[in-house]
Design a protein around this ligand. Sequence first.
Ligand code: HEC
Length: 164
Amino acid sequence: MRLALLLIPSVLVLLVAATARAQAPGVFQQRCAVCHQPTGVGIPGVYPPIAGTIGGYVWLPQGRAFLVHLLLHGMDGAITSQGTTYEGLMPPAADFNDEDLADVINYVLQNLNARQLPSDFKPINAQEFKAARADNLTPTDVLHEREKLLAALGKSSRADIGGR
Ligand code: HEC
């Protein structure tokens, strides 16, 4: 009886932990969290944050395209995020299927970047990934897409929504 009473709190802790984890899709835990960390804060100077920084991208159509291309083709070269420089390589995640990729990027947008999303945000769908698989982009092409996107966001009247 005593043992059972002692066990109850630890079972509750496990249950709460399992529920919290269940919110993130499997792909996020298996792949993205290793570098960007389970909460998306990244590791300063090594892996950029993906929480509170990328929601502004989807105000422009090319921002949706950038995120799709990033997951399918990866990205290579120096970027700046929140004033810190990153010179890493993001590996492509094209080995996951279109539905899984849509789920993971929508999780990152809707759960880790909710405050910057447009109120009429439409989740990125599997079809957008399917259509972009044939695009023959290199990780460096994707880097240039990000540069153009940030320039376009900076010029638009919605400059305040980019998380730079
Ligand atoms: C091996 C480590 C690694 C893994 C795994 C990884 N990333 Fe990345 N990610 C990076 C690095 C490094 C960059 C910056 C690349 C650069 O400097 O060109 C990046 C960049 C990004 C960016 C762009 C951030 C910005 O400021 O524009 C997003 C979004 C992103 N990753 C999401 C993801 C998602 C979602 C996954 C899981 C499917 C993932 N990453 C998996 C290392 C990783």
